[in-house]
Design a binder for this molecule. Sequence first.
Ligand code: SAM
Length: 281
Amino acid sequence: MNENQEGTLYLVATPIGNLDDITLRAIKVLKEADLIAAEDTRHTLKLLNHLEISKPMISYHRHNEELRSEHLIKELKEGKNIALVSDAGTPGISDPGEEIVKECIKENIKIIPVPGACAFVNALITSGISTKEFCFYGFLPLNKKNRKEKLEEIRDINKTVILYEAPHKIKNTLEDLRKVLNKDRKVVLAREITKIHEEFIRGNIEEIIEESENLKGEMVLIIEENHKEKENELCNLSIEEHYKYYQEQGLEKKEIIKKIAKDRNVNKNEIYKLFINKEEV
Ligand code: SAM
């Protein structure tokens, strides 16, 4: 795998439901690794059995991340190649991984990502909500004050918002979101991605709450950006800058004028008069 004396840390993505989503490269790396560091060794054993791979495993989870990192660094320094996996999806994404990566960088140990499934990426690309700019929050904090701060941030942010949530907490989280989200804001609840009961529920927060009563399984929430915030920002621009903003998005003059009038809450004829003889601003 690696000709250096030191071993390499492989960050190996595993399926988020459908076992066929394991990549050929992930199988190869798991087969060739000297050791597999797994979030839950019993869980990973099922995957390894399915792939007919037998390997020594060591647990590496949230509660022993720091301590185990030291041990794994030692093994890597002795020349072992280690594959790090989490229970599902990409390690380090709302899962253990960050600590060992930082330690490897400090110790100059090679790290190689082995890409694959990730729940939020697949929820986002299927949501129909803008994929251009987004903010991944993972799980909302449970601490009351931190949670309130995050919810307020989500209320105002002009980027697509992505949240993870556990099934038994989804009701509570949706209720909290209802308190801060504007009724026009689109929400998509992506459930059981890649599994038999895969489902995408689309609507505003009220509709999502109505439809998600008693839903089970793993869920990701994708929330549309707060357009109002963007509109406010745009209104602080000069009218020419505002025009240019939409022009750079490739919009036609007529469409730009309509949008400027809407953002500034004025009649479109007023804006039209300003640009009547101008092809380019
Ligand atoms: N590392 C994982 C990844 O790459 O997506 C995420 C791990 S995090 C501990 C688990 C959360 O991911 C779940 O609570 C849920 O929000 C989301 N998730 C994982 N698998 C999913 C699936 N098949 N469908 C929808 N959401 C999923």
